[in-house]
Ligand binder design. Structure first.
Ligand SMILES: C[S@@+](CC[C@H](N)C(=O)[O-])C[C@H]1O[C@@H](n2cnc3c(N)ncnc32)[C@H](O)[C@@H]1O
Length: 281
């Protein structure tokens, strides 16, 4: 009879914590407060693909093999995005938030976790159509330099343009979506003018600081990958980066409601997770 206790899952959790600690101590990337389930899924998947038997072996690889570290970093960063993703959110933004932005002399917008840039280009299109583009500055940031490189190019595969066009129409687009790009071979190249007001920059929500006095912060489909403690810290960062009375827009599965900072926000359009920083909060 064996005395072996079946504690595989507990050991796995310990090994994952050690792996994330190693990545942080050696390279400064801090994934220690990402959601457990998300990290576990990604780590076990990479272990299988790389033909490794244990997480401890992965720890050795992230310490001594820079290429392996790069692969793991891109595993941890889920980059799925679309233009006018959740089109009804954009429609609501256009109808409810834009009229208030029209009263501001200058508008600073921060897309935190912008991935390959579709969200920022969508905002540029919307602001152009609402006559706000000239007085806007858009900051689009991510911690993943590979997606930022693609974002700066503004070139997307042509086969997704049908879906983007549909989103644009449902989002209340006022022109023909094809006015904003030219098709070349199997790609579409977005109009240069859409980039004029966008600054793409590296920013890590876990380790970097406040981002200036923003009028709107969009951080959509990023907090879902963070644990509760990190969500709290990030929402505090947003609070400190927003001017009084200004707007925080989260993804469809994200909320400030259960965070320590909930009292500092008023729900503005609750079913689309658009909040307003309270005056003098
Ligand atoms: C699923 S995408 C969402 C993209 C876009 N906001 C959207 O909703 O379509 C999540 C993005 O968050 C970024 N991200 C994850 N952790 C981050 C962090 N600590 N700091 C900045 N960006 C982060 C990822 O690199 C990825 O590009």
């Amino acid at each position: 009879m064996s005395n072996r206790i079946d504690d595989t899952s507990e050991n796995e959790d310990i090994e994952i914590r050690l792996l994330l600690e190693a990545i942080y101590l050696k390279h400064g990337y801090d994934f220690r407060n990402y959601s457990n389930a998300h990290m576990k899924r990604r780590i076990l998947q990479r272990m299988r693909i790389s033909g490794l038997d244990t997480i401890a072996e992965m720890q050795y690889r992230v310490l001594y093999d820079h290429e392996f570290l790069k692969i793991m970093l891109s595993d941890f960063s889920i980059n799925i995005t679309e233009m006018f993703r959740d089109p009804l959110f954009y429609k609501t933004f256009r109808n409810e938030v834009v009229p208030i932005l029209k009263t501001y002399p200058f508008i600073k917008i921060w897309h935190a976790g912008c991935s390959t840039g579709e969200e920022a280009y969508s905002m540029a299109v919307l602001l152009k159509e609402e006559g706000l583009y000239e007085r806007a500055q858009i900051f689009a940031t991510d911690f993943n330099v590979n997606v930022l490189r693609k974002a700066k190019e503004g070139i997307f595969p042509i086969d997704i343009i049908k879906e983007y066009t549909h989103n644009y129409q449902v989002a209340g687009g006022k022109a023909s979506f094809s006015d904003y790009y030219i098709a070349k071979y199997d790609s579409v190249i977005f109009d240069q003018s859409l980039k004029e007001k966008i600054i793409f920059a590296e920013h890590n929500l876990v380790t970097d600081g406040v981002f200036g006095e923003m009028n709107v912060i969009l951080c959509r489909n990023v907090l879902i990958y963070f644990d509760k403690e990190l969500q709290n810290r990030t929402i505090k960062l947003f609070l400190e980066s927003l001017s009084n009375g200004c707007f925080l827009c989260l993804g469809s599965k994200e909320t400030v409601k259960y965070s320590e900072w909930a009292d500092h926000f008023d729900p503005f359009v609750e079913n689309h997770n658009i909040y307003r920083r309270k005056l003098n909060s």
